[in-house]
Design a protein around this ligand. Structure first.
Ligand code: SAM
Length: 232
């Protein structure tokens, strides 16, 4: 296609509602400083071993950002090159029983929890392929029921499923599979908002471990598996 034809097609597109698809938008769920903080944790965890797990990956904005950071760190900082990155999502939004629980038991009567329903594992895999990401495997399933034991030892996990029930069910299962020194980051630990179920589950889990909460950037709940696990 000639440059002139491309230009006219773009100009035409800009006159339609499809213009939103052609201009660049910031589509990350995290601020730049938050992404930088997560990259530091991610890199350190990879140095110490284990797989990377992202639970709740939506369209893959953070998946791609993290994978690019891993590639950059491999090329420039000698990070190991055998990192496995595992993604898990329903790819159809929140399971109904989880959103109903928020509405009926956590007083979130005005929230609909209908986000993220338009997605597909095939689209996600295609996005990875288009961006040349080959270290990532994609699983479709419910975070509350997934068999984490089959993944092997986990070094870093971003748990980003927002609501109480999946976070509460997934946290102990993922923790069980973390290698000593591994780190789980629970997103959405900000209080008093429609997605504060994750915060409640995080606080309860830390309490069950007999530990103080460690919240960074006001929203990231951190769980560190001790290098040497001690009896509670
Ligand atoms: C906030 S988005 C994740 C954003 C992503 N981590 C990023 O930074 O780009 C939440 C995702 O969690 C998924 N999700 C919600 N409940 C889930 C569950 N029980 N099991 C698996 N995925 C779930 C949704 O489908 C959605 O894609």
């Amino acid at each position: 296609m000639t440059r002139t034809l491309k230009l006219w097609l773009k100009r035409l597109q800009f006159r339609t509602p499809l213009r939103n698809q052609m201009v660049h938008r910031y589509e990350y769920f995290f601020w730049p400083a938050e992404l930088a903080f997560l990259c530091e944790l991610l890199e350190q965890s990879i140095r110490d071993g284990g797989i990377v797990l992202e639970v709740g990956c939506a369209q893959g904005a953070t998946t791609l950002f993290f994978n690019n950071h891993i590639t950059w760190a491999q090329r420039n900082k000698g990070l190991r090159d055998d990192v496995a990155y595992v993604c898990l999502d329903t790819f159809s939004g929140f399971p109904r029983e989880h959103s109903l629980y928020e509405q009926q038991h956590r007083g979130k009567t005005t929230a609909t929890y209908k986000d993220y329903q338009i997605n597909s594992p095939d689209w996600f895999k295609y996005m990875l392929k288009l961006n040349g990401v080959t270290r990532t495997s994609v699983h479709q399933g419910d975070a509350a029921k997934f068999d984490y034991a089959g993944l092997g030892s986990i070094g870093f996990c971003l748990l980003d499923v927002d609501l109480y029930l999946p976070t509460q069910a997934a946290l102990p299962r993922i923790y069980e599979q973390m290698r000593p020194g591994g780190i789980i980051v629970v997103d959405d630990c900000l209080p008093e908002q429609d997605y504060d179920g994750a915060r409640q589950a995080y606080l309860e889990f830390m309490s069950s471990l007999g530990r103080e909460p460690e919240i960074h950037h006001r929203k990231f709940g951190i769980v560190r598996k001790p290098a040497q696990e001690t009896a509670p």
